[in-house]
Design a protein around this ligand. Structure first.
Ligand code: FPP
Length: 236
């Protein structure tokens, strides 16, 4: 009997390898990041048509500020261009765009871009695309704890559900599948609370080469995984 293909509800993607892709071609790192957005639209569209409800893209971590100023500026320029060119198109599909991370320290025009994309797509229910920007998983948990303390909760009132409700995007569900390109096998501080039971897919393919064909391989691998969440049976 043919089994129904298991589709992840929430996929988080660590888009790694832009720098090496550029280096292999004698290009600058910023040119590598520019190439890193060429498949973005088709990847998101594919996930949307497959019925994935949440996609999180790791665009810029709190640690990425340590990179040379030119590269950081280049990444923010690219982010601006992508936000402008994509938000209208994604809005047409009914995709809701959310910022995941801290606004503190972000350039004013980036904050403006986030606000516009958020306002434009706020009512959409087709899929939630969260862009992790100035994001750190530990910082997210520390921020949540600070707000719990400020709210004056008693220790006995704190449980997983309560802590979740103080995270950056409380309604963001657990991650089912983490995809990391570029050959490294680590989580790099992405959604550390929400990935407690995630499946991982690591590929040596560098991010600018991660096309829909590569994405299909990741989805196919996921559908073969047996997920038990600490129990004996697979949960749907
Ligand atoms: C890592 O490659 C990639 C990044 C730091 C992400 C770059 C972000 C963008 C291009 C912005 C686009 C964002 C969206 C939401 C479309 P790397 O520089 O670490 O590569 P390396 O490991 O080969 O040096």
């Amino acid at each position: 009997m043919q089994q129904k293909k298991l589709i992840p509800n929430h996929i988080a993607i660590i888009m790694d390898g832009n720098g090496r892709w550029a280096e292999q071609r004698g290009l600058t790192r910023v040119e590598g990041h520019r190439a890193g957005v060429r498949h973005i639209h088709s990847l998101i569209r594919h996930l949307y048509t497959r019925g994935v409800k949440y996609v999180t893209l790791y665009a810029f971590s709190t640690e990425n500020w340590r990179r040379p100023e030119d590269e950081v500026n280049g990444i923010f320029r690219i982010l601006h261009d992508v936000t402008v060119s994509e938000s209208k198109k994604l809005n047409k599909y009914g995709i809701c765009i959310r910022h995941l991370g801290s606004l503190e320290g972000l350039p004013e025009d980036t904050k403006e871009d986030i606000k516009k994309a958020d306002e434009l797509t706020a009512g959409n229910t087709g899929m939630t695309l969260s862009v992790a920007l100035n994001y750190g998983g530990r910082a997210e948990i520390i921020e949540a704890v600070r707000r719990i303390v400020t709210a004056g909760l008693n220790p006995g009132e704190i449980n997983e559900k309560v802590l979740q409700s103080y995270l950056y995007i409380p309604e963001l569900p657990d991650v089912d599948l983490v995809i990391r390109t570029g050959g490294e096998m680590r989580i790099s501080n992405l959604l550390i609370w929400q990935t407690a039971y995630s499946e991982y897919y690591f590929t040596p393919v560098l991010w600018p080469d991660f096309s829909v064909a590569e994405l299909k391989k990741a989805l196919s691998e996921f559908s073969r995984r047996k997920r038990r969440f600490g129990g004996l049976n697979q949960k749907a």
